[in-house]
Unconditional design. Structure first.
Length: 64
């Protein structure tokens, strides 16, 4: 899931939810279609949490 963090704008997520609701399509089907169309299944590097600035507090706890 970290590969997707911040990668899909809120407006796009709303459109996907609408597509699922109005089309009576399972959310996982809509999500898979979107991810396949946008090549999200290609290898993407993900930094470990401890190396990410958003999770800087993990480094601080480790140093205690």
């Amino acid at each position: 899931m970290l590969k997707l963090e911040g990668a899909i704008p809120q407006e796009t997520m709303q459109q996907l939810n609408q597509k699922s609701d109005e089309g009576k399509i399972e959310p996982k089907v809509v999500a898979r279609e979107f991810l396949e169309e946008h090549n999200y299944f290609e290898d993407k590097t993900v930094k470990p949490l401890i190396q990410r600035s958003d999770y800087k507090f993990l480094n601080e706890k480790e140093g205690e």
